[in-house]
Design a protein around this ligand. Structure first.
Ligand SMILES: Cc1ncc(COP(=O)(O)O)c(C=O)c1O
Length: 403
């Protein structure tokens, strides 16, 4: 007999399976497992002292305000600061005004709000192939269908994007800077070409940009928002530059659309934690953020290098991989016939190494021979050790399939 909940499930929930992200975060937390799975920053590099001092100052000086309810759009000085930082990063663009900023509970909330504001069941949206799993899940909950764009080393290819935008999707969701999951980034010319297509077809563009500041090589370049502010909703976050536990992100966009998202946010959580907002503001005011970003970028660059060198020497012949200049991920394509999802349980159990298999990042299927590897969470030595073990296991598996 069905339990009384199951028979009352909303239609939209019927295709929803257990979240792959949640499953992998569980796996990443097992002791003795070297995890390349989650998108976790290095915890030893969190600016703990600065955060503690900032929290103390906030509670001492503004405690009653910081513990009170706040405005749905976010506290005014934080919106001003986010606008000011966006303007400093893109000095040639039309300046962002604080009214164009909505503070969100992580950028993940912004994805949920976008889905609620724009998507009816079956609505098509354009995404890169592969794309960020958490976004695909948010959009899928609102029954989106996906038109996927093929990518080259610089991300979405204009010749593939053009006909899809011409068909009039609800919006396109792109990650132009150090993409999750591939680590690929658009160069300046690609950015111009892509923006010109959005202008021509008048399609809204959602630019998800959690990694743009995490650069240890080629800088990410102008945001798509700065090139087409009238068409772009730009998502940012403090999760990768400060700490994900703050749950602080933002949307920058045309004021009218930011206000629409705020309307929906109100019924979702009233507002983002006032305490988190005040603490982040105080940390930013202490002027440590740019030094801190410099420090994590240097560490992540070293870890990425260790991963790339180890892949080159330990992975089976015929493997291809991306060479990121920022962000958190390397994308690996193994020879056809290797099923990375099928291999994962045994590799975790026998080698003590975890990764994310690539198939779930492909909205319409495929990618069984791919995987995403995170290089930021473990030290360079641990990265080398883990990749050597993984390489051995993959080589064995490949030999078994060709034997
Ligand atoms: C591309 C992308 N967008 C959004 C998020 C959500 O980040 P948060 O909600 O912590 O800001 C992540 C997290 O890994 C991500 O990789």
């Amino acid at each position: 007999m069905q339990d009384p909940f199951t028979s009352r499930l909303a239609t939209r929930m019927q295709g929803v399976k257990s979240s792959a992200i949640r499953e992998l975060l569980k796996m990443a937390n097992q002791p003795n497992v070297i995890s390349f799975a989650g998108g976790l920053p290095a915890p030893e590099l969190f600016p703990l002292d600065a955060m503690r001092a900032a929290a103390d100052r906030v509670l001492e000086r503004d405690g009653r305000k910081a513990l009170q309810y706040g405005p749905t759009e976010g506290i005014a000085p934080l919106r001003e600061l986010i606008a000011a930082r966006a303007n400093a990063a893109d000095p040639h663009a039309e300046p962002v005004r604080p009214e164009q900023v909505l503070v969100t509970t992580g950028s993940q909330q912004a994805l949920d709000l976008l889905a609620k504001v724009f998507l009816d069941p079956g609505d098509p949206i354009v995404t890169e192939n592969p794309s960020y799993l958490g976004a695909l899940q948010s959009f899928r909950l609102f029954q989106a269908s996906y038109w996927t764009v093929d990518m080259d080393d610089e991300g979405a290819m204009p010749q593939a994007l053009d006909p899809l935008l011409a068909r009039g999707p609800k919006f396109a969701y792109l990650l132009p800077s150090y993409q999750n999951p591939t680590g690929r980034s658009m160069g300046p010319e690609r950015r111009e070409q892509v923006v010109e297509l959005f202008r021509r077809h008048q399609v809204p563009l959602v630019e998800d940009d959690p990694y743009g500041a995490l650069c240890f090589g080629e800088p990410a370049g102008a945001t798509l928002r700065s090139l087409a502010p009238e068409l772009t909703l730009h998502l940012g976050t403090f999760s990768k530059t400060l700490a994900p536990g703050l749950r602080l992100g933002w949307v920058i966009g045309p004021e009218e659309w930011v206000a629409r998202l705020a309307q929906v946010k109100q019924s979702s959580d009233l507002h983002t934690s006032t305490l988190s907002q005040h603490v982040a503001l105080e940390v930013m005011g202490a002027g440590i953020i740019d030094d801190h970003i410099g420090k994590i970028c240097a560490a992540y660059g070293e870890r990425c290098q260790a991963m790339l060198e180890s892949i080159a020497s330990c992975f089976p012949a015929g493997t291809k991989w991306t060479v990121p200049t920022g962000g958190m991920f390397v994308w690996v394509e193994l020879p056809q016939g290797v099923d990375t999802a099928a291999l994962l349980p045994a590799i975790v159990a026998e080698e003590g190494v975890a990764y994310v298999s690539g198939a779930p990042f492909h909205p319409n299927g495929g990618g069984e021979n791919t995987m995403r590897l995170n290089f930021t969470h473990a030290s360079a030595d641990v990265v080398r050790d883990g990749i050597a073990r993984l390489g051995k296991a993959l080589t064995r598996a490949l030999e078994a399939t060709t034997a």
